[in-house]
Design a protein around this ligand. Structure first.
Ligand SMILES: *[C@@H]1O[C@H](CO)[C@@H](O)[C@H](O)[C@H]1NC(C)=O
Ligand SMILES: *[C@@H]1O[C@H](CO)[C@@H](O)[C@H](O)[C@H]1NC(C)=O
Ligand SMILES: *[C@@H]1O[C@H](CO)[C@@H](O)[C@H](O)[C@H]1NC(C)=O
Ligand SMILES: *[C@@H]1O[C@H](CO)[C@@H](O)[C@H](O)[C@H]1NC(C)=O
Ligand SMILES: *[C@@H]1O[C@H](CO)[C@@H](O)[C@H](O)[C@H]1NC(C)=O
Ligand SMILES: *[C@@H]1O[C@H](CO)[C@@H](O)[C@H](O)[C@H]1NC(C)=O
Ligand SMILES: *[C@@H]1O[C@H](CO)[C@@H](O)[C@H](O)[C@H]1NC(C)=O
Ligand SMILES: *[C@@H]1O[C@H](CO)[C@@H](O)[C@H](O)[C@H]1NC(C)=O
Length: 687
């Protein structure tokens, strides 16, 4: 019923719906402005069903050329993101021929054409949420204003046991203007015909940012101009999974354009420090690698461990911040995917229990070829996270310092092209933040954890860079730039220097220090990168990946380029020969089987300091990386080797070859910790 429009999308129907939605939003927005948005009443979620008129492209050609992105040929071509003696990080044209051959921008889809029947409205004077029932919408749904109906909600509460939600309590019926009790942080609601409960008019779901009054012990920053020197900047972290700076420019050029406005600083030399979301966010949020956490604090696979890790939100809370954390796609949440999650609620506001409830209790819908729910109930999955961010900032932006992490992976994790579908949608939230004054007050960080890690982009010559160069934009509000001009200058200098997650961690600590009590001891810096620093100080221009805590494998200073030429297929079999020699040399041949090639995943060539990324030069000897699978138990390996293209000789330290899948069941016949990676025991051979 709800998704009829999205499923049966004849193109014209869709366009019609779209314009209708836009018109409604336009009216709502204007109405809000008429009420003086800042001091009066806010309507929640006015834009969550779709982008507004102001950002939509009306022309039929929805290619990147129309939306303000520069034609690459019109600009002097940038050659490097970073160019220094130790680091040459090549600039990649987001619209190269190679990518345009596969990339098609996608069209936005809404989840419902129906208007909201019930809206929680925050009454700023009472500082309470009030439920507004739109009787016109009910009459339209029932096709009558005579039929009576009832509305009810069910409160969502957190279950610490599973870092999820408790079974839904009984319905609470409400009427027009119902004041929501302060303990309700999220709800599922519905209205049904009074004479026939199974005739449901509409159901919906909302997360609420209930107002928490300022604790009197902490000075209120805005009331005393004399305290301006101690003004604490709020920090809003807006993260989207798996988007490289290249793919941002490609798929969301209008968002990119917004991020080039004054006050924004792009860290173009930002390089990820680990493979996937968990270790990359751990570095930003805790300053630790998962391995060091295990050694120094606790095992993150064990329940209760996350509560003991010194996450950045704890330092900010100590400095007087209210904190929030919301993430979508619950089944792959950063701290819950093959991890136990939080036993104690980590932040003052925490969305996971709410979204878990919404996803389980509401209807869901996936767009064509999508693997992750696109709609939950009546709304786009990521809109729950962004609306929560909007409520959070609206509640407090003028009043007290806040920190929030709003992370979504639902539209970017599985398909590199899908962000194009959401570009206007994301831009609209940024414009809403602007309207709400967020950019007048707060530091905003718009970022990702890494680029595409699988899929079509990985097959491009630039795949190595796509994967390793997440987008990273930092915004400083005008007052902060005025008060700390040297920090703004440092950010300007750092735009084209090598930086990493640990620098961002130290920057957040720096902010906590600025906000903390004067003369208090400096906070501990990122544990796993002793030479990392706050980005508010200039980074050494001659920095190396090792200086920035970036392991060689992820370092893009000496980039690799994917090659798909026949001769490159000679490398992997030669590497396998070396591995068999190694097993012989260790006298393991009677226990371990010889390995033979199944297939080559990919081969990459290192771009030397004197070479150009964009043209492959002929070299007899070069450094290569090859990722391949052997026939025995389908084991995967990734090797860095020196290969002579003329003699066909391979130079490789076998013990440095990575095993990229689990070997637990393959090498039970030996105990040597290193040889276990390369040995497939004869007795463990799978047919
Ligand atoms: C769209 O692109 C086509 C082919 O590039 C061109 O012929 C046409 O005039 C364009 N239409 C608009 C509205 O720009
Ligand atoms: C709605 O009501 C009108 C007038 O009462 C009637 O003509 C129409 O058929 C109704 N439509 C539906 C869908 O029930
Ligand atoms: C009650 O509403 C449901 C759903 O609209 C409908 O299928 C059913 O026929 C209705 N029952 C009665 C008694 O009208
Ligand atoms: C933000 O600051 C600008 C410039 O000072 C001002 O025009 C605008 O009204 C402010 N916006 C809000 C929502 O306070
Ligand atoms: C930058 O690092 C190099 C090498 O470590 C060092 O010699 C140089 O003094 C550093 N420059 C600054 C400005 O710190
Ligand atoms: C296994 O590999 C070793 C070392 O490369 C080689 O000497 C030996 O002949 C191989 N054995 C078989 C059965 O292929
Ligand atoms: C090689 O391994 C076999 C069987 O495990 C063992 O009997 C033999 O002593 C080993 N030889 C050496 C030189 O270690
Ligand atoms: C390797 O050799 C092939 C011919 O065997 C040649 O086409 C290719 O350009 C060489 N590669 C490099 C990097 O020199």
């Amino acid at each position: 019923m709800y998704f009829g429009s999205a499923i049966s999308h004849s193109r014209f129907k869709w366009l019609g719906i779209c314009f209708l939605t836009m018109f409604l939003i336009y009216c709502l927005t204007n109405q809000d402005m008429g009420l003086n948005t800042r001091n009066s009443i806010y309507k929640m979620h006015a834009s969550s069903t779709g982008p507004s008129d102001s950002v939509r492209d009306h022309s039929e050609n929805s290619t990147h050329r129309l939306d303000g992105s520069p034609k690459s040929s019109e600009l002097p071509q940038q050659l490097y993101y970073v160019e220094s003696p130790h680091c040459k990080m090549p600039y990649i044209d987001p619209f190269s021929k190679e990518v345009l051959a596969i990339y098609k921008p996608m069209a936005f889809e809404t989840c419902t054409k129906e208007s909201d029947l019930v809206t929680p409205i925050f009454d700023v004077n009472r500082k309470r949420y009030v439920l507004h029932i739109d009787e016109g919408v009910a009459a339209k749904i029932l096709n009558s204003s005579e039929i009576e109906y009832n509305c009810y909600y069910q409160e969502i509460t957190r279950s610490a046991e599973h870092d999820s939600y408790n079974d839904l309590p009984p319905r609470i019926y409400f009427s027009q203007g119902y004041v929501v009790p302060l303990h309700v942080e999220g709800m599922i609601l519905g209205c049904s015909e009074a004479a026939n409960d199974s005739n449901v008019l509409q159901t919906d779901a909302f997360g609420l940012i209930q107002y928490k009054p300022y604790p009197s012990a902490v000075p209120i920053r805005k009331t005393a101009p004399a305290q301006a020197a101690q003004r604490k900047p709020s920090v809003i972290m807006f993260g989207i999974d798996s988007i490289s700076r290249i793919n941002l420019r490609r798929t969301m050029p209008k968002v990119y354009k917004f991020l080039t406005r004054s006050g924004w600083y792009e860290m173009q030399g930002y390089n990820k420090v680990a493979d996937n979301t968990f270790p990359n966010l751990m570095a930003i949020l805790s300053g630790f690698t998962p391995d060091t956490v295990k050694e120094a604090i606790c095992n993150t696979d064990e329940k209760g461990c996350f509560a003991r890790i010194p996450f950045i939100w704890k330092f900010l809370k100590d400095a007087g911040y209210l904190t929030a954390y919301a993430e979508d796609t619950c089944n792959i949440n950063t701290f819950n995917y093959v991890k136990p999650g939080f036993s104690l609620q980590p932040t003052d506001y925490y969305y996971r229990p709410l979204l878990r409830a919404f996803e389980s209790e509401m209807k869901t819908w996936k767009c064509a070829k999508c693997t992750i729910n696109y709609c939950i109930g009546r709304r786009i999955q990521s809109s729950y996270i962004y609306d929560y961010a909007k409520e959070f900032t609206r509640r407090y932006v003028d009043e007290r310092p806040i920190w929030g992490l709003f992370w979504s992976s639902s539209f970017s994790h599985d398909d590199y092209a899908m962000p194009s579908k959401m570009a206007d949608f994301v831009l609209q939230y940024l414009l809403d933040f602007e309207t709400d004054g967020v950019f007048n007050e707060s530091i905003v960080i718009f970022f990702s954890d890494h680029g595409s890690r699988f899929g079509k982009l990985m097959y491009l010559s630039s795949g190595f860079l796509e994967e390793r160069l997440p987008m990273m934009f930092i915004y400083l509000p005008p007052w902060f730039r005025a008060q700390y001009p040297e920090f703004a200058e440092a950010l300007t200098a750092n735009r084209n220097r090598l930086t990493s997650n640990y620098d961002l961690h130290n920057t957040l600590k720096h902010i906590a220090e600025i906000a903390g009590l004067p003369n208090s001891a400096p906070l501990p810096k990122a544990n796993d990168c002793p030479r990392c620093q706050s980005l508010f100080y200039p980074v050494n221009a001659t920095r190396t990946c090792a200086d920035a805590g970036i392991p060689e494998h992820y370092c893009t200073c000496k980039p690799y380029k994917r090659i798909s030429v026949e001769w490159a297929d000679r490398i992997a079999p030669r590497v396998i020969d070396r591995m068999n020699d190694y097993l012989w040399g260790k006298n393991l041949s009677s226990l371990c089987t010889n390995l033979t090639l199944s297939y080559i995943h990919k081969t990459e060539i290192q771009i030397g300091p004197e070479q150009k990324f964009h043209e492959l030069q002929k070299m007899d000897v070069a450094v290569y990386r090859t990722k391949f699978k052997v026939q025995q138990n389908s084991a995967d390996f990734f090797a860095t080797v020196v290969y002579n293209n003329v003699t066909n000789n391979v130079d490789v330290d076998v013990e440095k070859i990575s095993r990229t899948n689990s070997y637990a069941e393959d090498s039970t016949c030996i105990n040597d910790k290193i040889a276990k990676l390369y040995c497939i025991c004869i007795k463990d051979l799978k047919p």
